[in-house]
Design a protein around this ligand. Structure first.
Ligand SMILES: *Cc1c(COP(=O)(O)O)cnc(C)c1O
Length: 472
């Protein structure tokens, strides 16, 4: 039999209107809306035309395809209406994983956001006077209390969209048209393409580099000071660490130099812990309070890194300095919405109540190896002996988010092997689970770290592994 010419195949395709008159598809259109179903039908037809022109359909196979139009349209519709942003399970052991959305929010933060977002609120309304209020009052008062307790100082805080915005606001407010002195050892790029020189250029301030990559002394800063100098900026090296022959002045020395020349000192902490990481064995990360106590005029830090709250940029410091930030029109352009304030309020209250374990990212960092062992053993016990080989090995989790780059938290990892399957293929199969499980691939092994898996997700990780074990 001769193959049907392509033109004959094209002629067999129904029109969108004809499809919409088919009873099954008409019912679908009633349920899901005419426009969405028509769009799905057009897409399915376009796909069939592509198949014909590629020579992948003949007289027989096109009949099969045409018989399954209703299902194809329904599948297309479901795919088109699905969210693109979806939950994944973070089994990487990186607690503040930028690609996976950094800090998960606490139950209280979610509840407060839901409450505030589902109706009206006093976001910018003073209930006592009936007049206009300030949105930054809500988080500002809690930051003042918390940093007051921790640093013994009077401070103010403003909230912007992220830490990059906080740095931009600080530079533009204090140094536009002037020079900012930064050590060459601190001109780093931080994940998500945050580069200090580029933010500096956009802020209208001029970068004045001093020192060398590995060593910068206080005299290097002093020699660079001119009448054009507006700020001494110190930048946390974030996910980059220098070891060996290195030197940089202590913040106190910079503060003394700044005071002598009446130049403000700003520290970009990036991660900005509000709790002492020494409690979990991480020793080289200064807290926001320590930086303020050392005399920094302002510090900038993220809301969704070690603070364990929503994405935000915080600028905390001396009230007079922060008041200037608030008066800058850029502050209006960088401001955050009520959802962020709601989540921040709930997050800060956890600190004020000393209930940090309510913050999931902090609870994860506090997990002991013993607790991880218990969960891992229980999970592994539920996987049938199949193609998979699961073994528990010692390893390390990391805080991530640019915090304490050298720090590691001891953990136990479930190492997953599968006869005849590469680690890359195994990791890809885990990503196809629902919800996707994101594993760590290291030296040809797939590793799962339960430290960053929410306890309620253990069963889902087990289900994903069981599917792998049972799939031929
Ligand atoms: C992460 C980081 C930033 C950027 O913070 P975002 O909140 O992602 O904008 C800036 N500076 C330092 C030192 C950082 O670690």
């Amino acid at each position: 039999m001769k193959a049907a010419p392509q033109s004959a195949l094209y002629r067999q395709l129904p029109s969108v209107d004809e499809l919409l008159r088919q009873p099954e598809i008409a019912t679908l259109a009633q349920r899901e809306g005419h426009t969405a179903v028509a769009e799905a039908a057009r897409n399915v037809l376009a796909r069939l035309r592509d198949e014909i022109s590629a020579g992948r359909l003949d007289a027989k196979t096109i009949e099969v395809a045409l018989g399954g139009m209703a299902e194809a349209i329904e599948r297309q519709l479901r795919a088109a209406l699905a969210y693109s942003l979806e939950t994944v399970i973070n089994a990487t052991g990186v607690v503040l994983h930028t690609n996976l959305g950094r800090a998960p929010l606490s139950a209280a933060a979610l509840e407060h956001m839901r409450e505030i977002a589902s109706g009206y609120s006093n976001l910018e309304f003073d209930l006592a006077t009936g007049e206009r209020g300030r949105r930054d009052h809500h988080a500002g008062r809690l930051f003042s209390r918390l940093l007051g307790q921790q640093a013994g100082l009077e401070t103010s805080t403003v909230v912007v969209n992220n830490c990059a915005a906080a740095v931009l606001l600080a530079l533009n407010t204090l140094a536009e048209g002037g020079e900012v002195i930064v050590s060459r050892g601190e001109l780093v790029e931080i994940g998500g393409s945050f580069r200090v020189p580029e933010i500096m250029a956009k802020s209208g301030a001029l970068l004045r580099e001093v020192g060398t990559t590995n060593r910068t002394r206080i005299v290097d800063y002093e020699k660079a000071i001119t009448t054009a100098t507006r700020m001494l900026l110190r930048v946390h090296r974030s996910n980059f660490r220098m070891v060996g022959f290195t030197e940089s002045p202590r913040l106190e020395e910079l503060v003394a130099l700044g005071a002598k020349h009446r130049i403000p000192v700003v520290e970009d902490l990036g991660s900005g812990a509000l709790f002492d990481l020494r409690a979990i064995g991480v020793n080289d990360e200064t807290t926001v309070a320590e930086s303020l106590r050392a005399g920094a005029d302002a510090v900038t830090y993220s809301g969704d890194k070690l603070l364990a709250g929503p994405q935000a940029g915080l600028l905390s410091g001396k009230p007079a300095v922060i008041a200037r930030m608030r008066a800058n029109p850029l502050f209006r352009a960088l401001r955050v919405d009520k959802l962020t304030y709601a989540a921040l309020e709930a997050t800060l209250l956890a600190y004020l109540r000393s209930d940090m374990a309510a913050l999931p990212a902090i609870a994860m960092m506090q997990l002991s190896v013993e607790e991880i062992r218990k969960r891992a053993s229980a999970l592994m016990d539920g996987i049938p002996e199949g193609k998979l080989e699961l073994i528990l090995i010692e390893g390390e989790s990391v805080p991530g988010g640019g915090a304490a780059p050298g720090a590691a938290l001891p953990t136990l990892l479930i190492s997953v092997h599968c006869e005849g399957t590469t680690a890359g293929e195994l990791a890809a199969a885990l990503r196809r689970a629902s919800p996707p499980v994101i594993a760590r691939v290291e030296e040809g092994a797939v590793l799962l770290d339960l430290r960053t898996v929410l306890p309620a997700q253990d069963a889902q990780v087990a289900a994903a592994l069981r599917t792998l074990a049972e799939t031929p």
